[in-house]
Design a protein. Structure first.
Length: 418
């Protein structure tokens, strides 16, 4: 018999750490010191951060897997929405291919459904695995590897200063102001703050004007040679900016590192930062036919999932859907959550929606919950899904109206790692 319960005892955390080390051997070295550090970290996280919880999966009183759950607040079209997150899903090596991970994820859904939370997110160890479980793709990330001189040099960097743990409230205030403006971003948790300031390898440089931090960069150095200690890359961990002036002054700082830094690694979800950088080539000199210079490497990561379609659309009642007037029937297919196989009649009048009980509508839309999750967040459009045969529309004359209804002018952004 299997049960899922919260990890509470020290010996449970010891067992979970052993499972984690086996599940992620490339990330952890498996030494006793590392295991002890991990155990202390996990226990401290759960004790000190109210948004973070560890759960285990027991079979016949033996721990065979576990996961870390997160309570987040996300900006959903300028409305702060509670959502659930899951990370560190790990299964004992002897219990792989026994559907333990699926059982953990199902409990993850149930835990947040019981909290009346309708939307969850995760970073997948395999995107295809979680796609089959109803998770839709989030925004792509672009990794640039450019020379410091590629960052524009502005007229000054006189407003820059170091931030330390004593200044963390200034950093949080700046970050929260950006969150309030950017769809998809999550408020920072205590664990995230600890990671920034407690890591001795991290530097935090901020642009402060009139007593207010208007942007900052958290970064570290990564050596590129065992024989040349002067050959290093600068790795940007987090770059937040509220104004063009803050962006340019922080860019000036990066530009000034040319004598010490080989290249700068910048991971960003901004699609058009190549308009900002001087030379976006990554140093490989690789050409993509006919003549396209290799620049950013893109990746799929964050995935979204609606776990209660009706509840989630209720959260959208305050949003204006681009002034569209349309009534459509939404058929949602969900192979994992039977209660989520729902049919909704959505009436939009000048962009304001409500759910109807009647069976009168203009067009019928059928879509899998994975694609719906990406669509409502603005990651992909109706027209793109239609061309890719990922959405069915009963009458194609309503394609443009549905495209306008679901269209999101600003794609979601999320820089929170969990």
């Amino acid at each position: 018999m299997r049960v899922v319960e919260k990890l509470l005892k020290e010996q449970d955390f010891v067992a979970f750490v052993n499972i984690v080390v086996g599940a992620y051997p490339g990330k952890l070295n498996g030494t006793q010191t590392t295991k002890e550090q991990l155990k202390k970290l996990f226990m401290q996280n759960q004790s000190n951060d109210e948004s973070l919880h560890y759960y285990g999966l027991w079979e016949n009183d033996k721990l065979i897997g576990g996961m870390r759950l997160h309570d987040f607040q996300m900006n959903l079209f300028s409305k702060m929405l509670p959502i659930g997150g899951v990370g560190l899903v790990a299964v004992d090596l002897l219990h792989k291919k026994e559907k333990a991970a699926k059982e953990l994820i199902q409990h993850f859904f149930n835990i947040f459904l019981e909290k009346n939370i309708h939307f969850v997110a995760l970073y997948p160890f395999r995107p295809d695995f979680y796609k089959k479980m109803g998770f839709g793709y989030g925004p792509k990330i672009y990794q640039y590897l450019v020379e410091p001189s590629s960052f524009p040099k502005g007229p000054t960097k006189k407003h820059l200063k170091y931030l330390t743990v004593e200044d963390q409230q200034q950093l949080v205030d700046c970050y929260n102001r950006v969150v309030a403006k950017k769809h998809g971003m999550l408020l920072k948790t205590q664990s995230e703050l600890s990671f920034i300031f407690n890591n001795p390898d991290n530097y935090v440089i901020a642009m402060e004007q009139e007593g207010t931090v208007q942007g900052y960069i958290a970064f570290s150095f990564n050596k590129q040679s065992d024989s040349n200690f002067m050959l290093n890359n600068l790795v940007i961990k987090e770059w937040i900016y509220e104004t063009p002036e803050a962006l340019l002054e922080l860019s000036t700082f990066l530009n000034s590192q040319a004598d010490q830094v080989n290249r700068i690694e910048w991971n960003t979800q901004e699609e058009n930062v190549h308009f900002f950088l001087e030379d976006v080539r990554n140093g490989t000199n690789h050409l993509i036919p006919s003549v396209y210079h290799a620049s950013a490497v893109s990746g799929i990561g964050l995935m979204y999932r609606i776990i209660n379609v009706k509840g989630f659309f209720d959260e959208l009642l305050t949003r204006n859907f681009n002034g569209v007037t349309l009534t459509f029937k939404l058929n949602v297919m969900d192979s994992l959550l039977a209660k989520n196989n729902q049919q909704l009649i959505v009436e939009a009048v000048n962009g304001t929606i409500k759910m109807l009980e009647s069976d009168s509508y203009d067009v019928e839309v059928t879509i899998d919950v994975a694609e719906l999750s990406s669509l409502v967040m603005g990651v992909v459009t109706v027209q793109e899904l239609f061309m890719l045969s990922r959405i069915q529309i009963s009458d194609n004359q309503y394609l443009q109206a549905l495209q306008q209804f679901f269209y999101v002018f600003e794609k979601p952004t999320c820089i929170s790692a969990f």
